[in-house]
Design a protein around this ligand. Sequence first.
Ligand code: URA
Length: 209
Amino acid sequence: MDHLTVVDHPLVQHKLTLMREEGTSTQKFRRLLREISLLLAFEATRNLPMTTRRIATPMTEMDAPTIDGPKLALVSILRAGNGLLDGILDLIPSARVGFVGLYRDEATLEPVEYYCKLPERLSERLVIAVDPMLATGNSSVAAVDRIKEAGATDILFLCLLAAPEGVERMKEAHPDVPVVTAALDERLNEVGYIVPGLGDAGDRMFGTK
Ligand code: URA
């Protein structure tokens, strides 16, 4: 898989435009995020290895395709990651789920971990880390560091919007972790928000300010 995949599908792009609009309500934003996360997960799992299983249909027997190989784990980067998580779990209900919580130390601007709970045997799983916004990349890189420390070797990062700065930072720190996104935006502003972006993803999905 390329280091960056932009899911340039009409449904994804249309829903993303609705999410970007500042007048979109919290309720509608949440519903759109859930729908779009399903479509992004569809693309992110395109290359899962396949095998066949002998089954009986009402007509005959056949060797039918099934997913082979690694089991999936989803890791939500709190708190905005939870908005993507819900939709992906609709699509992959058997996935294990972990959480990494990070906040930014205002003095050092470095991400500090305040919570981490990850599934066991991550080395045997494909891990999809989810966070809607890949902005500076600082928290994404730190979360992937943590997931690797827990043993994962097969990781994919799924987000809704990415800034070039964040993609570059991820590529430098984790060249082995492909990024799947709905759009690559222009830039970061001086306080680390993605432009044109959609504002604060957490605030928009949870109705906070
Ligand atoms: N996090 C957000 O929620 N929005 C941005 O634009 C950047 C980081």
